[in-house]
Design a binder for this molecule. Sequence first.
Ligand code: G16
Length: 542
Amino acid sequence: MIETCRTQPFSGQRPGTSGLRKPVKTFMQPHYLENFVQSVFDCVEDLAGATLVLGGDGRYHNREAIQTILRMAAGNRVSRVLLGRGGLLSTPAVSSIIRHRGATGGLILSASHNPGGPNGDFGIKYNSGNGGPATETLTEAIYTRSQEIDRYYIATTNHVDIDVLGDTHLEAMKITVLDPVADYSELMESLFDFERIRELFRSGFRMRFDAMHAVTGPYAHAILEDVLGAPEGTVIHGTPLADFGGGHPDPNLTHAAELVRQLNRPEGPDFGAASDGDGDRNMIIGHGCFVTPSDSLAIMAANATRIPAYREGLLGVARSMPTSRAVDRVAARLNIPCYETPTGWKFFGNLLDAGRITLCGEESFGTGSNHVREKDGLWAVLFWLNLLAVRGQSVAEIVAEHWQAYGRDVYTRHDYEDVDADAASRLMQDLRENLPGLVGQTVGGSHVTAADDFAYDDPIDGSRSEGQGLRLMLGDEARIVYRLSGTGTQGATLRVYIERLETRRSHLQADAQTQLADLIRFAGEVAGIAERTGRQSPDVIT
Ligand code: G16
């Protein structure tokens, strides 16, 4: 039976950089999840009779939310749901299933790299028929709907078994429980030279992949160990846990500290990688060598033709605005276009769909290509494995050669987390007003040559996105960017991105914090970070 439940709007259901993310406790309030899901359903065209993909990263509340969404999908006359077994699907796997099985769209349950458990975060986002995150136009429509909603539709059936592969029914709706890994693994095999990677492992090459007790565990065990023959033990923290083992599933130098320690030991492995809660982020490290996400994107672009899927060359590349300009230098040399978009994977979708770009990436540990419409953690790891196998060099050697050829965009990001939200927005507002006066000032020998509030005009659909981050451009190809994160759930997170091009060979390997010290100091002073936030230093440095 389908029931119509009366409800009232909740304030604050506006999707952020990537869907709606809130503390689990917020999502567990009666009607909270239902209101948002119904708002999505009310905005998706041709929902009745549609096929949807559904899965999440396995965090606390995932299984309960899946049951609710299944009953609501039946209540809204969806004809079929493709569901990952146990409610698990990585974000790139959802994107791939939507595309390859011709689904109308999909719902992903994840708060990405945010901690899980009863006191952690939960999240939900809708991906459209191209497999990519809903556009800003759609997320705004969903938000508007959530502010006027007064009813939702739900089947009264009790419980669906989500752990057994195969078909079941809920009212008239068919539910197909899929192996979460199979389709994705096949797609990866079609892109990379798996035989070459097998040879690499056979030759004694050692790797550690840290799944951080999140969704990529089953994918990494299956692909790296079972299919590619990496020795057992290559994948660490490979069992998804509802609270990620109490950890923070964010693949960076702070939160994947154990992996970093292993790679830095003299007898440590040759290659290390990690992924986040929902499997779309990646961190790449070599033996004693961390590859910044911006450099990783540039190195991938420069070497793409060595990888089977990209042998024909790249149509173009794109990066989010705060990502370093390392990839721009590669694009210039390859004579291909390079687009600069706001933060958020959704801004790459149109460029990928229109065939303007093949590779794209962000400083926030995200890289991807036109094979899906999400960033893809394991894809990036396989790309690097394939590259290491073909070049027969270490990660450090590949990075060093790249810097010698293109220069090094020395880069760092400083995050101030859980800052008072009003103080953070005043800081940004005042800085915005002061931008014109900063032009012409000199800092540590560099001149501020331009300053603006970044806005993006989408070349495909003509939409304009304003207020996407404050930029100070300096001489010597230096830059400082300030943004407020759109993914945090506590107070505000201020991100400051600092970079400068280094071309002197003797300085290429120097420590980034030391090399950028003058710019870091200037960035703090200009925005008054210490006085306004009460913080003397950032919480996370990457
Ligand atoms: C999301 C988005 C990314 C974005 C990142 C950080 O990633 O998909 O495009 O770069 O958030 O955004 P912000 O700087 O606003 O916090 P994920 O992995 O969290 O879904």
